[in-house]
Design a protein around this ligand. Structure first.
Ligand SMILES: NC(=O)c1ccc[n+]([C@@H]2O[C@H](COP(=O)([O-])OP(=O)(O)OC[C@H]3O[C@@H](n4cnc5c(N)ncnc54)[C@H](O)[C@@H]3O)[C@@H](O)[C@H]2O)c1
Length: 425
């Protein structure tokens, strides 16, 4: 079988699919990027982007200008189909595979001898074998023989997607060894990291274990922060000193875990192996309980203030991105509003939000307590004296240990940090 792929169809033009489609196009492939959202298709065809990611605008523009990338609402004939559609959670904490099923079904009419199908969406173990393979075989073609199927999880970090897309090592799981080899031939054209081949279910497990590892470690840090609060010491100091141990790396504590990956993926393991996934579930529950803890702390700080206004800095789930999916900051705001607080929100990155987004000044003006929920770089540059001038009461609650405590105290603020208890010494 020839591995002379030329036409690639990428399904889903989001944070993963759009960089994939545009990088493939700038590496010589003829790429059709497919999305069910008309505004995404129109934006990409205009050489623009609908998400924030450093460097992406330039690559998409170059790809469209070169004629190698075109966006469409429907898949078209191609040598390779890459599925990069969302896999969110249902309210029952199960993987919602509707988008993957729709995407797989939409390519069935285009399958032919030698087509390679690659799933990139994060999925429960067994998805390629139990879900994708039967759909593809509706074409009358045999998967493994006529058509090849591989799973290739993405491990890029939002904010560094384009760099990591090329530099990171890749795991490729094939439904059979030929499928894995053919997928390797595709990624070899642009990946500079090492490529490791395995079977589909192992590759699906690898992705989930990576994100679960991070979730469990963050849960441990968050739990340690709560213990430190109770013990009257600073988690940040404890973690800093513990990390002087050569084999210890305590993660940062924070207001919870968000994003499309770490807060979602561990549940896919719980779904498939509930009995065994005890630590996984507990970690999820610990991290999910953090926004309420933060809202409680803010409510306590605002006690005694008449009709308090809370200024929230940061809605994105992590620093320097515009993504608010599963963001703990959104849950903190919801929680505070549910308790009747007036809440004003400022985030210099986020463009679409369930709450009105204000300028820094509008957010801080007349506020009584400023709560920093996301560690965007811009927040470090806030001038505490200016903030003090705008605000009514001067209370600061920093959940990320980002701000210069001494400078804010010098400007007259009562400063509190997540993970720092009232001192007992
Ligand atoms: N964002 C990340 O950093 C990241 C990292 C690793 C893995 N992943 C995984 O990659 C997958 C995609 O994530 P994302 O962040 O790119 O999602 P996204 O929501 O940013 O984009 C997905 C796009 O797919 C489109 N879509 C939905 N159904 C479709 C269909 N049937 N056909 C064509 N397009 C369709 C949507 O309109 C949307 O534009 C998910 O499984 C996610 O868990 C994401």
């Amino acid at each position: 079988m020839s591995d002379d792929f030329s036409a690639v169809c990428v399904l889903g033009l989001g944070y993963i699919g759009l960089p994939t489609a545009s990088v493939l196009a700038t590496h010589g492939f003829q790429v059709t990027g497919v999305d069910v959202a008309p505004h995404v298709v129109d934006t990409v065809n205009a050489g623009a982007i609908h998400i924030e990611e450093p460097g992406l605008q330039t690559v998409v523009y170059a790809a469209i200008q070169s004629g190698k990338l075109r966006a469409a609402l429907q898949p078209e004939s191609a040598d390779v189909f890459i599925i990069a559609v969302p896999t969110p959670l249902t309210p029952e904490k199960k993987a919602d595979m509707r988008f993957v099923i729709q995407a797989a079904e939409s390519i069935v009419p285009h399958l032919k001898h030698g087509t390679l199908v690659i799933l990139e969406s994060t999925s429960p173990p067994g998805t390629c074998r139990e879900l994708i393979m039967p759909i593809l075989e509706r074409s009358g073609l045999n998967v493994g023989g006529d058509v090849h199927l591989a799973y290739c999880p993405e491990r890029v970090l939002p904010g560094r997607i384009l760099t990591e897309f090329i530099a990171n090592d890749r795991i490729i799981g094939g439904i059979n060894p030929t499928s894995a080899e053919r997928a390797r031939a595709l990624y070899d054209r642009f990946v500079e990291g090492r490529i490791f081949l395995t079977d589909t279910t192992t590759a699906e497990m690898v992705k989930l274990l990576e994100n679960t590892f991070r979730d469990v470690n963050i849960a441990l840090a968050n739990e340690a922060a709560l213990i430190c609060e109770r013990m009257g010491v600073s988690f940040w100091e404890v973690a800093r000193l513990a990390n002087r141990h050569p084999r210890v790396k305590v993660h940062d504590a924070g207001p919870g875990v968000g994003g499309h990956c770490i807060s979602v993926d561990p549940w896919f393991l719980v779904e498939k192996a509930a009995e065994e996934s005890r630590i996984v579930r507990l970690a999820r529950e610990r991290n999910d309980a953090m926004p309420r803890h933060v809202a409680d702390a803010i409510a306590e700080l605002a006690e005694g203030v008449k009709s308090p206004k809370i200024a929230v800095l940061g809605l994105a789930y992590k620093a320097n991105v515009d993504d608010i999916r599963e963001s703990p900051a959104v849950r903190v705001v919801d929680c505070l509003r549910g308790r009747g607080f007036e809440v004003a929100v400022h985030d210099p990155h986020v463009k679409h939000s369930p709450f009105p987004l204000l300028s820094l000044e509008q957010c801080l003006r007349g506020a009584d307590c400023v709560a920093l929920l996301t560690n965007h770089d811009e927040f470090k540059a806030i001038e505490p004296r200016q903030a003090a001038e705008w605000m009514r009461c001067r209370i600061l609650y920093d959940t990320r240990n980002l701000l210069d405590v001494a400078a804010w105290k010098a400007a007259g603020f009562r400063v509190h940090l997540l993970g720092v208890g009232e001192t007992r010494h």
